[in-house]
Write a protein that binds this ligand. Structure first.
Ligand code: AMP
Ligand code: MG
Length: 404
């Protein structure tokens, strides 16, 4: 087993891991943010009948073919159709039906003329110009035909998807149960927020940040706190985490220093190591392992590195664990807004965003890219990737970026 892998290899190894697939049925309101666990086809066409796009008169266009300002077509109004009514009359030659937005086009009629373009005179309407054939009709099935795929299994349910389900008369849908991710941090320097800091200690920021990232990805996150740098205690916490969750995320001690126990803990609980270093910067220190159908990902304690590694390597896998079908980030190519002054012996990942300068999209690096820095993750939308072996790069050099 190769223990040092590239970012893509690491991503693919994680993506190939087994996925838990329990489902539940929820109301549309409760399903927001969840992942659809069924393919949904249109059981009714959208719209379900030919309808009028505005208030006007439904007519036969031939009846207006010779209409002119000086010689209007005069049509007899046979019916009035507000939205929600079903027509009862057929519009024959010389006839019209008053129709309101969303009402069904009555039999016989093939076109609609706006109110504003007509004149009403008692029981008749006057039209002063010819209509084009079949003008102003929204046809049955124009948006979606009956039986067509409405939403695919694995789709994230946000406002449009929920609206589409409701438009089909669905009040409930099958979704994947949220998998559980247990999260604990390691480091004898860590202090939970809310407690005064002792000398040499720092606040645990990974816990709050990663819990949020995991929840956004679709997990229920189980917070198992922080553990000091003690091999036995870390292994014990890992054991507990494996019992309680589908996947376990830890931070700290993922390197090979004297106080780095992530790897030892993984071995101690009898998990199989998948890889333990990724050739990229930041985020190279990581231990990925499996035990049965449970997965362990031990990330660097450096917040910047932990977040970058989670996004670049683990996010597609995390989304797939939650049932998502579209899991890979979009890849785009952009010119660098500013030069990258350092050479990149290994793949370099830059936290950045898309900016427009002189009407062109560019990759703008966020300030404060240090491994331990969190601020560079704010407003972050792109992870720029500079290939291994690159020299310093001029502004304007095209680079690949992953869009999140
Ligand atoms: P480690 O990965 O344990 O070698 O830690 C790398 C750096 O990240 C050290 O400076 C740690 O103090 C810091 N660090 C470790 N864990 C956390 C955490 N949970 N929150 C903030 N910083 C951390
Ligand atoms: Mg440490």
């Amino acid at each position: 087993m190769k223990k040092t892998v590239t970012a893509d290899e690491a991503r693919d190894i994680l993506l190939s891991l087994s996925v838990q697939r329990e489902t539940e049925t929820l109301s549309l309101r409760a399903a927001r943010g969840r992942v659809l666990a069924e393919n949904v086809t249109a059981s009714v066409p959208m719209p379900p009948f030919d309808r009028s796009p505005f208030d006007g008169y439904a007519v036969r266009w031939e009846d207006t073919a010779n209409a002119a300002q000086s010689l209007p077509a005069v049509l007899r109004i046979v019916e009035e159709l507000p939205a929600g009514t079903a027509p009862t009359e057929t519009v024959g030659a010389g006839m019209a039906a008053k129709i309101l937005t969303g009402a069904p086009i009555p039999a016989g009629a093939d076109s609609v003329i706006k109110f504003e373009e007509t004149e009403r005179d008692g029981g008749t309407v006057r039209i002063f110009a010819p209509l084009k054939p079949c003008q102003n009709v929204i046809y049955r099935g124009e948006e979606l035909e009956q039986g067509a795929v409405l939403l695919e299994q694995g789709a994230l349910l946000a406002a449009p998807e929920l609206g589409m389900l409701a438009a089909q008369g669905r009040e409930r849908c099958a979704v994947y149960k949220r998998p559980t991710a247990a999260l604990f941090t390691t480091g004898s320097e860590l202090t939970p927020p809310g407690v005064p800091l002792e000398p040499g200690k720092i606040y645990d920021s990974n816990n709050a940040m990663l819990a949020a990232m995991l929840e956004e990805a679709g997990f229920d996150c189980l917070d198992l706190g922080a553990v000091e740098d003690d091999a036995e205690r870390i292994a014990a916490r890992l054991e507990q985490a494996l019992e309680q969750a589908d996947i376990v995320i830890t931070t700290g001690g993922a390197s090979v220093g004297d106080y780095d126990f992530a790897h030892a803990a993984v071995e101690r609980v009898g998990a199989e190591v998948l890889f333990r270093k990724i050739s990229m910067k930041p985020g190279s220190c990581v231990v990925a392992a499996v035990k049965g159908n449970k997965h362990i990902l031990s990330l660097s304690g450096n917040p910047g590195a932990a977040a970058v590694c989670l996004l670049r390597v683990a996010m597609p896998y995390l989304k797939r664990q939650c049932g998502r079908c579209d899991v890979l980030p979009e890849e785009i190519v952009l010119p660098l807004k500013e030069a990258v002054r350092k050479a990149s012996p290994v793949t370099r990942l830059l936290r950045g965003r898309l900016e427009i300068t002189d009407g062109r999209a560019v990759f703008a690096e966020n300030p404060r890219q240090g491994n331990g820095m969190i601020a560079s993750l704010r407003g972050f939308e792109l992870l720029g990737e500079i290939p291994a072996g690159s020299p310093p790069l001029e502004a304007g050099t095209l680079i690949k970026a992953y869009r999140f």
